[in-house]
Design a protein around this ligand. Structure first.
Ligand code: IMP
Ligand code: MG
Length: 186
């Protein structure tokens, strides 16, 4: 990778191994059950694709669109459902699949919303967790990696819709500023 603003935090290999472990754990935790996976668009669809194949149970998949971020790096704090589920959750074991838990605002809102639909159980799997940034409480049953308070991209995560297709998860560093014109010695 040649982009100087990207620093690898988690390699594709580390991510693959950790998702396999999560899949095994989830398989053990839901003996003989059908699991309804809910992928939170758009970032989590890469994680969902790998996690679903690591779970050795009957699964179903549905998608939900939630937006709490604008085009920048900070949350607007306002949660909006942009695409609702196609299926009912009544009497289902639900596993919400999310890319990253940051402030917790999105998942705190979403879990309250989905609980009203009377699932048999509801849990969260998140590939990444930034615990230092939490503003609202969220219980995440399956965490891939706890990471420091840095803005990351890749493996589904974006900055203004860019970088989702990176295989690694990278910290997006601020570009190095060019010296001011007045300081430049000619
Ligand atoms: P929360 O509501 O603050 O927990 O935000 C969760 C959502 O914010 C995630 O699903 C991501 O879409 C986005 N997000 C939070 N942190 C990052 C990051 O470091 N990189 C990319 N997206 C992020
Ligand atoms: Mg997201």
């Amino acid at each position: 990778m040649t982009d100087p603003t990207l620093r690898v935090l988690l390699s594709a290999g580390q991510i693959r191994e950790r998702i396999a472990e999560l899949g095994k754990q989830i398989t053990v935790d839901y003996p003989g059950e059908t699991l309804q996976l809910i992928c939170i668009l758009k970032g989590a669809c890469f994680f969902l694709a790998d996690l679903a194949r690591a779970i050795e149970r009957d699964i179903r998949v549905d998608f939900m669109g939630i937006s709490s971020y604008g085009k920048g790096k900070t949350s607007s704090g306002e949660v909006r459902v942009t695409k609702d589920l196609d299926i009912s959750l009544e009497d289902s074991h639900v596993l919400v699949v999310e890319d990253i838990v940051d402030s917790g605002v999105t998942l705190n809102y979403l879990i309250h919303l989905l609980e009203q639909r009377r699932p048999k159980s509801i849990r969260i799997a998140a590939l990444l967790d930034k615990p230092d940034r939490r503003l609202r409480p969220v219980h995440v049953s399956y965490v891939g990696f706890k990471i420091p308070d840095e803005f990351v991209v890749g493996f589904g995560l974006d900055y203004a819709e860019k970088y989702r297709n990176l295989n690694d998860i990278c910290v997006l560093e601020e570009p190095v500023k060019a010296p001011a014109a007045a300081e430049t010695v000619i």
